[in-house]
Every structure is written in C-alpha cells, then in structure tokens.
Design a protein around this ligand. Structure first.
Ligand SMILES: NC(=O)c1ccc[n+]([C@@H]2O[C@H](COP(=O)([O-])OP(=O)(O)OC[C@H]3O[C@@H](n4cnc5c(N)ncnc54)[C@H](O)[C@@H]3O)[C@@H](O)[C@H]2O)c1
Length: 317
C-alpha cells in the first residue's frame, strides 16, 4: 500500500496534487508537509500535515520513519524568478533539499518523484521541438539545480536502486493556489486581471513562446508516471512533457474570445524576459507518450474556457 509524503505541499502544484493523491490512496495515507504552516481552509486540509524543512535531514528521516512512508513527491523548492534574486538560497534549498530527500529515500527504500522543468534547458538547446535528450547548459541557478537534480536522481537509481522518476514540467496554469515566482506566472495572473479589470500588463514580451500545461493534466501526468510499469521506463529522469505552446499575445487573443473588451499591454521585466528567452518554445514529448502513455487533455482553448469558468465561480464579481 502507498504511504506518501509530499514536500512543498502548500505550493501551486502541491495544493492540487495532495487532494488528488488523497482521493486516490486515502486521506490518511498522504502526509502533506511544508516549510509554511497551512492557512485555515487550505486545500491540503483533510489529512496529516507536518511542518518540515526539506534541508533538514533528521526531520525528513523522522517524518518518513514515523509514518512508514514509501513514496515521496518532492515539490519543495524555489522557482526561477525568485531563484535569480537569491541564488545561494535557491541552490541550498533546491539541491540541498533534493540531496537530503534522496538520502532518506535510499535509507528507507522510498520511491521518489522529482519535478524538473523546461528551465533545465538553456540558450544553446535547440528551441523548437526540443528533443528528450539534448544540450542542457541552462543560465539560471534554477536550471543548474534542475540539471544537477536530474543527474543525481539518475545516479541514485543506478548506484543504489532508488526508484526515482521525473518530469520536465512546462509552465503550469491553475486557479487554486497562486504560482510561486516562476517565469511563466504571467499566464495565471492574466486570467485574474482579465476578470477583475479587463486589463493586464504583461512582464514578458508579446511574442515570447513557451510550453504550458493546465493543472489537471499536470496532476494526472505526475500520478500516471509514478504508477507506470518500471520495465517500460527507459528515461525515468526526466521526461519532456507538454500540452500547449503559446505567446502572451496568443493567450490574450484566446481570452478575448470570452471577454471581448479585454486589453493587454507590455512592460517587459528584463530578468524574466532573459530567462524566458533562454528556454525552449516547444518540447518533444514522444518518449513520455511511448513509455507511459502520456497524452494531455487540455489545449489552449479548452484550458482558457475552463480557467475562466472556474475563476468566475470563485471570484467576487
Ligand atoms: N509551477 C510550475 O509552473 C512549475 C514548472 C516546472 C517545474 N516546477 C517544479 O515543481 C515543484 C513545485 O512547484 P510549485 O509551482 O508548486 O512551487 P511553489 O513555489 O508554488 O511551492 C513550493 C513550496 O515549497 C515550499 N518550500 C520552500 N522552501 C522549502 C523548504 N526548505 N522546505 C520545505 N518546503 C519548502 C514553499 O513554502 C512552497 O509551499 C518545484 O520543484 C518547481 O521547480 C513547477
């Protein structure tokens, strides 16, 4: 039986992954953990919660031992834009945290999910239809830690037999918890501002094309990968996955089909623009499709329709 620990459980992805895992495996079998304490009514409520710093080895060992955890979803981390503000902290949390979680996974024979990112690629990577195996020379501390993390997970599998699996996730669009300071956050903010003010000022330029995925697809991808037959997994860490690629101008056009008076303008943030310009504009996810049957359900029109209807239901008009 699965006995699960989710680190970084209060973040954008954890806020929706934890309820999905609890639904699937039982609420008591999924321990949500974060450096922050959950606010009252947080989506992760309804099962065990632990206050846990993923850079503290003994605390992870203690929680994993106490609950008899056999699978860890390691979501705790610092995202790309915040990482450029505090590179030393980003390395400490992203690499130091992963290393300690891997050590605990080795000691306690746990399976591990590690989310890599399109940020694991860099300016010398082929931008269009980026292959599963390609040049990885990222120029952000976030990307450097993601590449090192992919390699470290591979090493723990080869050297110690730890069952590590990972996805190179694109920008994730969702409406439950706000994004945590990534370069693709604009694609979430735009929806809130469109509904509130019919206007959005975008921090990326109009033609910046990036891969994106709607949260229901991301949650399903994570669970499907972790449930996949290991005999079929040739890559493990980390699979390219994508669902759609678009620019801010294309997203604005799609939103305008539902809100005709929506307007967008641009005030480019040079730091986040430089990060976005160093990333691919579309990934080739053939390996994920072939090895564990990955197929996204939401494209740009379906995601836009669903985001607007979900937000309309929860936002005061
Ligand atoms: N959201 C995306 O678009 C996206 C895309 C690609 C990859 N990812 C990866 O997925 C993972 C989760 O992303 P997210 O968007 O949910 O991030 P997020 O910033 O929304 O959440 C991260 C969580 O980690 C927690 N945290 C930070 N430092 C910690 C520490 N030392 N110990 C324990 N918890 C700590 C934070 O409190 C936060 O709740 C990250 O590794 C991220 O790089 C996210």
């Amino acid at each position: 039986m699965e006995q699960i620990l989710v680190t970084g459980a209060l973040g954008q992805i954890g806020s929706e992954l934890v309820p999905a895992l609890r639904e699937r495996y039982g609420a008591e079998r999924v321990v949500a953990a974060d450096l922050r304490m959950p606010p009252a009514g947080a989506p992760g409520e309804g099962g065990p919660f632990e206050h846990l710093d993923c850079t503290h080895l003994r605390d992870i060992q203690e929680v994993v031992g106490r609950y008899g955890v056999n699978t860890i979803y390691h979501l705790a981390g610092i995202l790309s834009a915040v990482g450029e503000e505090r590179p030393q902290v980003a390395w400490h949390v992203n690499m130091g945290g992963l290393y300690r979680v891997l050590e605990v996974a080795r000691e306690h024979r746990c399976a591990l999910f590690f989310p890599s990112s399109i940020g694991a690629f860099g300016p010398t990577t082929p931008r269009h239809h980026t292959p599963q195996e390609s040049v990885q020379r990222p120029t952000t501390i976030y990307g450097v830690a993601k590449v090192a993390g992919e390699l470290l997970c591979d090493y723990y599998t080869q050297r110690f037999g730890v069952d590590t699996r990972g996805l190179r996730l694109p920008g994730i669009i969702s409406h439950v918890a706000p994004p945590g300071g990534g370069t693709t956050d604009y694609a979430v903010d735009l929806f809130y501002q469109a509904l509130r003010h019919r206007h959005y000022t975008c921090f990326l330029g109009p033609d910046t094309c990036l891969d994106m995925m709607y949260m229901p697809d991301a949650v399903r991808a994570i669970i499907e990968l972790m449930e996949a037959d290991p005999a079929r997994l040739r890559h493990r860490n980390a699979f390219n996955v994508t669902a759609m690629s678009f620019t801010p101008a294309q997203l604005a056009d799609e939103v305008r089909k539902h809100l005709p008076d929506f307007a967008i303008d641009y005030q480019v943030d040079p730091v986040r623009q430089a990060i976005a310009d160093s990333w691919p504009d579309s990934l080739d996810d053939t390996a994920a499709r072939a090895e564990w049957g990955w197929a996204p359900a939401f494209d740009l029109p379906a995601m836009t329709r669903d985001m607007l209807s979900k937000l309309r239901a929860t936002m005061p008009s």
